[in-house]
Design a protein around this ligand. Structure first.
Ligand code: DC
Length: 218
């Protein structure tokens, strides 16, 4: 079974997807892998940094995507054999990942990798184009939304950003615009997807909504 979740940055989809994968694994006595597709784009961006590949050079990025050895094991991301999970959230990666993830041939490589991981497992996958491009026929497809204001407030309350709430909201809106305007794999609400607006819901409430729907689908 594949459960696909898309939504904008900060909508809580990573937290929800990870919780679902853990609970469904316990309940079913079978493995549900959690796949955070954004982390695979981040690993490719890290590979660009390590190999000093200019991210504006589309051919070089595409070629690196084909040659880099990116693996996903138990929620950790490996780049050329090394666990790089802790290096994927740095400012340098944040700045470059939108450009790298807009590279169409690189997207095809990452999409193939995601499908390969999911082929041998039950999976909860999340990102921007899981319900539209990568798994349009997934058994359960969700779009998890939240207003830019509520996402900015959540981020501000986490206390991890040095920015003020208005600056955080501005950067969220810029990211939304980039995600929605990619030539391929852009963020959009797919037909027949289950749409949930989490602006006024807690993580627990969102989780319970998804879990109930998944159980109904068997
Ligand atoms: O979810 P995230 O912020 O970690 O994603 C990192 C970047 O990758 C972000 O620019 C959106 C992009 N991305 C994408 O283009 N397609 C996906 N399926 C997942 C993420």
């Amino acid at each position: 079974m594949v459960i696909a979740i898309d939504g904008p940055a900060g909508s809580g989809k990573s937290t929800i997807a990870e919780m679902l994968a853990k609970q469904l694994t316990l309940d079913n006595g079978g493995r549900f892998v959690y796949i955070n597709s954004g982390n695979l784009y981040r690993a490719l961006t890290l590979a660009c940094v390590q190999h000093e590949v200019d991210i504006q050079d589309e051919k070089a990025v595409a070629s690196l995507a084909r040659s880099a050895d990116i693996e996903y094991q138990n929620g950790a991301v490996y780049l050329n054999g090394a666990d790089v999970s802790a290096q994927l959230r740095g400012d340098n990666i944040d700045r470059a990942v939108s450009k790298v993830s807009a590279n169409i041939p690189a997207r095809h490589v990452i999409n193939a990798l995601i499908r390969k991981i999911a082929a041998n497992n039950n999976a909860v996958v999340e990102g921007r184009d899981m319900t539209t491009v990568v798994f349009p026929d997934a058994e359960a497809r969700f779009y998890l939304d939240a207003s830019a204001e509520s996402r900015a407030r959540r981020r501000f309350e986490q206390g991890v950003s040095k920015l003020g709430i208005e600056e955080i909201q501005k950067s969220i809106e810029e990211r939304d615009s980039m995600d929605k305007n990619k030539p391929e794999g852009s963020l959009k609400i797919a037909d027949n997807v289950i749409y949930i607006d989490s602006s006024h819901l807690t993580i627990k409430q969102v989780y319970e909504k998804l879990e109930k729907i998944i159980r109904l689908k068997g």
